[in-house]
Write a protein that binds this ligand. Structure first.
Ligand code: NAD
Length: 248
């Protein structure tokens, strides 16, 4: 287990799902953790600060408050993200701007505000939450997939830009993870139990990824154990991306 004692972390979208699991795991390993979220209701020892990653003034105020509270920032987990269903035929410009502004520009916005602190850290790392949607042709997810493809490219470009400053930048690519997000999608289905069973049956492992499994990968990439790893994507997808199973 990596000891994060003395390290200070910010996790965006950390009040739910994967972000909450990552923030909790970092805290359990000794880090001081601030969560940015729209409604930052988080259990102790996490600190919640209200922030909207699509609003630059909100982000800058939250980063200043976090740095003041923590005495600096060593680790940034850019996890906040929103979903979108649809095709290029159905998503209008407003939807494109709204989702890209949170999922892609949000990462740039928070990173821009946090970078001055990371440059002063001896253990600086950024982990972005991407998705297998970045590299797969998922139906009815054109906008979401484009946003995550951009997150993958942005991760590699950020890694190149900041490698000589001692800042590592990586991302995780979760498959379908059992979080409130997926719960909301299932709840919206006519028969959510059957929908869940169908979803599980489509997974190579026959089950969804857990938020904690994704959090373990985020925490690994943020840790000194991954000291020579930068500009990469770690899939936590139950084999979804690479396995080709025979049809049953
Ligand atoms: P979730 O809905 O449970 O949590 C997302 C959190 O982000 C929420 O607390 C929400 O309030 C916050 N958030 C949304 N917009 C925000 C904004 N503008 N500013 C600040 N916070 C904001 O979802 P999750 O499943 O835990 O997803 C987290 C990340 O994982 C997302 O980036 C998502 O794209 C990615 N992901 C999820 C899955 C999955 O199957 N659950 C798969 C691949 C990737």
């Amino acid at each position: 287990m990596t000891d994060f004692t003395g390290l200070r972390a910010v996790v965006t979208g950390g009040a739910s799902g994967i972000g909450l699991a990552a923030a909790s795991l970092l805290a359990a390993r000794g880090a001081q953790v601030v969560v940015f979220d729209l409604k930052p209701d988080v259990p102790e020892p996490l600190n919640g600060i209200a922030a909207d990653v699509s609003d630059d003034a909100s982000v800058r105020a939250a980063v200043s408050a976090a740095a003041l509270r923590l005495g600096g920032i060593d680790i940034l987990v850019n996890n906040a993200g929103i979903g979108a269903q649809g095709t290029v035929a159905t998503n209008d410009d407003d939807e494109w701007h709204r989702v890209l502004d949170v999922n892609v520009v949000g990462i740039a916005r928070v990173s821009r505000a946090v970078l001055p602190y990371l440059k002063r850290s001896e253990a600086a790392a950024i982990v972005n939450t991407c998705s297998i949607a970045a590299t797969a042709g998922l139906p009815n997810r054109a906008l979401y997939s484009a946003s995550k493809g951009a997150v993958l490219a942005l991760t590699m470009a950020m890694a190149a830009d900041h490698v000589r400053e001692g800042i590592r930048v990586n991302c995780v690519n979760p498959g379908t993870a059992d979080t409130p997000w997926v719960g909301r999608l299932l709840d919206a289905a006519a028969d959510s139990a059957t929908e869940r069973a169908n979803l599980e049956a489509r997974q190579p492992m026959g089950r969804l990824v857990t938020a904690d499994e994704v959090a373990q990968a985020i925490v690994y990439l943020a840790s000194p154990l991954a000291g020579s790893t930068t500009g990469t994507a770690l899939a936590v997808d139950g084999g979804m991306q690479n396995l080709r199973l025979p049809a049953v």
